[in-house]
Design a protein around this ligand. Structure first.
Ligand SMILES: [Zn+2]
Ligand SMILES: [Zn+2]
Length: 326
């Protein structure tokens, strides 16, 4: 597609320099594209995970243990054992985050394919809930939505995750939750390790950012400690953000909704406590079947828990993300 060349206004030569600058400034678009936000988000996760691992491995843990051993006067052997255990824990947390991030990123399973679209029988018109996507030029199952960033229709689309560059949909929502859980634990771990290190090295007053900057500028403290302080705050913010994301995800999962449906107030696909299919018969007040909704999104609770403890495996889901009963 040819890009239209921006023309200078007719009176350009008569403008003052200030007016020229003003027009130049106003013609700029400072709104970043979704693709560049995605690139930034992916880089952010990668850099943060690697920096947490390197900091923990090379700097914080050895320092923490040597200091603890000297204060308590404990023998070197037990301190060394705990040092190795803590280093392994750091690696485990970082690998857990990375694996879940990868499973989450591999969202291709959620793509509404041509065969899915052609597989529906239209003898009596389009089945309930199916819609035609004019961009993909195919029929999309209920709860699917088109993502303008991925440029595909995604099964049971929840939202587009800018930190993995992938849509969160039917097949990767549980990995999104476990990814958030691991990112939260890793950030909280980093937060406390960095906090303990900085408190020991610089004292409590160093946590006031302006004071820390002043001390660095006047060369009273090391530049590296300022970097650690920034990372300390960042880890705290990430941990809190992950907790709120996970809470929101669990809220909508137990209520049988996607983020889109929750915002719009749809409860069409929410499972209701009742017979085997979760359909209520005769009762006046329908009760939400929280367990059924959870299993539909995350698989069996035991498998889900196992996946949290061992974040290198994938769990199975009972449905296919295409058929939904209302
Ligand atoms: Zn589409
Ligand atoms: Zn997307």
């Amino acid at each position: 597609m040819a890009v239209a060349k921006r023309r200078k206004p007719a009176n350009w030569n008569n403008l003052t320099l200030k007016e020229k600058y003003q027009q130049h400034w106003e013609s700029k678009s400072f709104q970043p594209s979704d693709q560049s936000i995605t690139r930034f988000g992916k880089g952010f996760v990668f850099v943060n995970t690697v920096s947490l691992a390197v900091e923990g491995f090379a700097l914080l843990l050895p320092h923490y243990f040597s200091a603890a051993a000297s204060v308590k006067g404990s023998d070197g052997n037990s301190a060394n054992t705990w040092l190795i255990v803590s280093k392994l824990a750091t690696v485990y947390l970082c690998l857990g985050t990375a694996f879940q991030w990868w499973y989450l990123h591999d969202g291709s399973a959620d793509k509404v394919s041509k065969s899915t679209s052609e597989g529906i029988s239209q003898d009596e018109g389009l089945p309930q809930g199916w819609l035609f996507c004019s961009t993909c030029k195919l029929y999309s199952p209920p709860r699917s939505h088109h993502c303008t960033v991925c440029n595909i229709c995604v099964l049971k689309r929840d939202h587009h995750c800018f930190f993995s560059g992938s849509c969160v949909g039917y097949h990767n929502q549980r990995h999104f939750i476990i990814f958030l859980f691991y990112a939260c634990v890793a950030s909280a771990y980093g937060f406390f390790m960095q906090g303990a290190y900085l408190k020991r090295e610089e004292g409590v007053s160093y946590f006031i950012a302006l004071l820390a900057m002043w001390r660095t500028m006047t060369r009273q403290s090391r530049c590296l400690h300022l970097v650690l302080l920034l990372h300390f705050y960042l880890c705290g913010i990430i941990a809190v953000a992950c907790v709120s994301f996970v809470s929101w995800q669990f809220r909508i999962i137990f209520r049988g909704q996607t983020s889109y449906e929750a915002v719009k107030g749809f409860t069409k696909y929410c499972k209701i406590r009742g017979d085997a299919d979760g359909v209520e018969k005769g009762n006046k007040k329908p009760k939400i079947w929280y367990y059924g909704n959870f299993v539909s999104a995350c698989g069996s609770p035991l498998e889900f828990l196992f996946c949290i403890v061992v974040p290198f495996v994938k769990t199975k889901l009972p449905g296919d993300g295409i058929k939904w009963t209302t």
